[in-house]
Design a protein around this ligand. Structure first.
Ligand code: C2O
Length: 343
């Protein structure tokens, strides 16, 4: 077995270089002297943004969400806040566009998936996306709805994504599946030490299986098993259950753009999927009382994102461990059904 080669320095924006290809524009270059440290910005004041289940939104909230996405899609392509650029950020960071240009790191194309960078990077990404959406509709309390696939009522595509005349619509999805229940076991996560429940193939059984698999992904033993390992060379990478489980299943299940990392963020449902992934991480550290990874290299990992004022902001893993400090919360109104599903 080859020795794993893992990053010995924190991954930061400075050690990454984006390369263009024929059909891809790298995220807008920023002037390094203009980068603001997130820690130097005032903490949010006023009421927190509340992220709500996407299947329970009232009409007024749906209108707000649609209007925000519409305006983002209407922005100029070279505006870093535009939907074009925002979805391109995801493509850049996970479709072989970033090289790691530093010694002490594996010589592979950089990707924010398949390691412990997954959870914090996506938290940062949708956090700035949410701020931009709120700003575009003049509502600093706007919270990104979450696709509540961990609860039986949320185990379908939320109906707000079915309206063909809405900016939330995407014609490339696997339309045949859209009105049936999801299968959260489509992902690569398999933990054979826990038994599958007996299943006869009906819908109720599918929902039961989904709850078991939620229980499995949420109650692994260690933070590494949940969040993933260090950023290492391919073949030795270690993906956490947070990523490998329902998250990946939702991508595969929705299909179309969502089905590949390159195009996934072109589908608006991507952001609601990740709002729920982020909520799962939040539940891990709060309701479940579990730990984050302890090592400094992870905590010092940082990236630069544009905020709603088009300012490049450097934000580190350490900065995003507590979403309360970021100014958002999750609406939780019922029991977590999966928590009762110990096999
Ligand atoms: Cu960056 Cu759900 O993937």
């Amino acid at each position: 077995d080859a020795e794993p080669v893992c990053a010995s320095v924190p991954i930061t924006a400075e050690v990454l270089k984006c390369s263009l290809t024929d059909d891809f524009d790298c995220p807008a270059e920023y002037d390094a002297t203009q980068v603001i440290d997130f820690k130097s910005l005032p903490l949010p004041s006023g009421p927190p943004r509340v992220r709500r289940p996407a299947h329970e939104l009232d009409d007024a909230y749906v209108k707000k969400f649609e209007e925000a996405i519409r305006r983002m899609k209407e922005l100029d392509e070279d505006d870093p806040r535009s939907y074009y650029n925002q979805s391109g950020i995801h493509e850049a960071y996970c479709d072989q566009h970033y090289n790691v240009v530093s010694s002490g790191s594996p010589d592979v194309m950089f990707d924010v998936h398949f390691s412990s960078i997954f959870a914090p990077w996506h938290r940062m990404y949708i956090y700035f996306f949410e701020r931009i959406l709120g700003d575009l509709i003049g509502d600093p309390t706007f919270g990104l709805p979450y696709w509540n696939w961990d609860s039986p009522e949320g185990m379908m595509l939320p109906s707000i994504f079915l309206n063909e005349s809405s900016p939330l619509y995407n014609a490339n999805r696997n339309q045949q599946r859209l009105r049936s229940f999801m299968d959260l076991n489509l992902g690569p996560a398999k933990q054979p030490n826990l038994p599958e429940p007996e299943c006869t193939g009906d819908a109720l059984c599918l929902l039961e299986n989904n709850l078991y698999s939620m229980y499995r992904q949420m109650t692994v033993d260690t933070p590494e098993e949940f969040l993933g390992g260090k950023f290492c060379s391919f073949g030795t990478k270690y993906t956490g259950s947070l990523e490998n489980g329902a998250h990946t299943a939702a991508h595969i299940w929705a299909g179309g753009d969502m089905g590949s990392l390159k195009t996934a963020a072109r589908d608006p449902v991507f952001y609601c999927n990740h709002s729920n992934v982020d909520r799962m991480w939040h539940l891990w550290t709060t309701t479940l009382g579990r730990d984050n990874l302890p090592y400094q290299e992870w905590l010092d990992t940082s990236f630069v994102f544009y905020d709603e004022m088009r300012r490049p902001v450097r934000i580190s893993v350490q900065d995003v461990l507590d979403n309360g400090k970021l100014g958002y919360t999750y609406q939780e109104k019922r029991n977590l059904e999966w928590l009762q599903k110990r096999p």
